[in-house]
Design a protein around this ligand. Structure first.
Ligand SMILES: [Mn+2]
Length: 325
């Protein structure tokens, strides 16, 4: 059994997902073997508490990217496939799906995350060994906890774009949920505080702020982004030099006016030009190890977030850090 048939058994193929299409339909289909970027859908929304839309993320992004958006990144005059040879693996197969997890049963939720953790630990090491760059489409932000544990072996700088810190130890009686992934990653030693930077933050509790300060986590909150943007660009450029990079991108880092469907939109957010400028200034000597793009929603056929997510992903996938291993 070769690597692909082993992996194939772990996925629902893109054409059999709700989107019925691959991420970013390119003119010439790329085989797994040829690919350097692998898209994986994680339509998971179990522990979110407010707007319940995150499970539609992969569908929203696949449909918009395949049907609405050009593969040319306009301002760079680069095709996405100039740097990224994308093979969409489909959605990760999980026996316990959203439908049969009772959100009031903490044990069922726990066993769901255990299953997720175990599936992820089969997929990621294999892809990294083959020098592929996995791109996960969430889903709620909880997924980052299991995903990043695998990437931590590459000792990356973790760029976390979000309105929220997600640094709580426990929330609604759940240790593993959408507001806690970065707390547990730091607390269990998978990331050192000084290798974690949180960009666009504007919602947290005092405990989370204290935890960030105590652990040396770098914070560029929304006011810092608004008032001294140039200093962020300088920091990103110098800290990313010759580093592996992992990006965890919550779409609610964007201002509430740009994200009509995500579960917990917040005012005072960043705009697309600022996000592009931050991405563009990740140093060319760095190498993207992998990334997750989470909390993209879809409501009543409103694909605006899918369009914003796709356009953000295209800027990341045309960065030269894709070509470095
Ligand atoms: Mn968030």
């Amino acid at each position: 059994m070769d690597d692909l048939s082993l992996l194939d058994n772990l996925f629902i193929k893109p054409e059999h997902t709700n989107s019925k299409c691959c991420f970013c339909d390119v003119p010439k289909p790329i085989s797994f073997r040829e690919s350097n970027v692998n898209v994986i859908g994680l339509p998971i929304d179990i522990t979110t508490t407010f707007g319940k839309t995150a499970s539609f993320g992969p569908e929203s992004i696949r449909i918009t990217s395949a049907n609405q958006i050009e593969t040319l990144v306009f301002e760079k005059n680069l095709e996405v496939y100039d740097n990224s040879l994308i093979y969409d693996m489909g959605d990760l197969l999980l026996a316990a799906t959203k439908k049969n997890v009772d959100i009031n049963n903490k044990n069922e939720i726990k066993s769901f995350w255990n299953e997720f953790d175990s599936q992820v630990s089969k997929v990621i090491p294999l892809l990294l060994e083959l020098d592929k760059k996995p791109v996960f489409l969430g889903g709620e932000h909880t997924i980052t906890y299991s995903l990043f544990k695998e990437f931590s072996k590459k000792n990356p700088l973790l760029l976390h774009f979000d309105a929220h810190r997600d640094l709580k130890p426990i929330y609604n009686g759940m240790e593993i949920c959408h507001t806690t992934p970065f707390y547990h990653l730091v607390n269990e030693g998978y990331i050192k505080g000084h290798d974690l930077v949180q960009i666009g933050i504007r919602q947290a509790d005092k405990g989370e702020n204290q935890f960030a300060a105590d652990n040396g986590i770098t914070t560029f909150d929304a006011w810092h982004c608004h008032n001294s943007f140039a200093s962020i660009i300088d920091w990103i450029k110098s800290k990313s030099r010759n580093r592996n990079i992992y990006i965890s991108f919550d779409i609610d880092v964007y201002d509430i006016s740009y994200v009509p469907c995500t579960g917990t939109p917040e005012p005072f957010g960043l705009n697309p030009f600022q996000i592009c400028e931050i991405i563009d200034n990740i140093d060319e000597s760095s190498s993207l190890a992998g990334m997750d793009f989470v909390e993209t929603g879809l409501k009543n056929g409103d694909y605006r977030e899918g369009a914003l997510a796709t356009n953000t992903l295209l800027r990341i996938l045309t960065h030269n850090f894709i070509k470095n291993s």
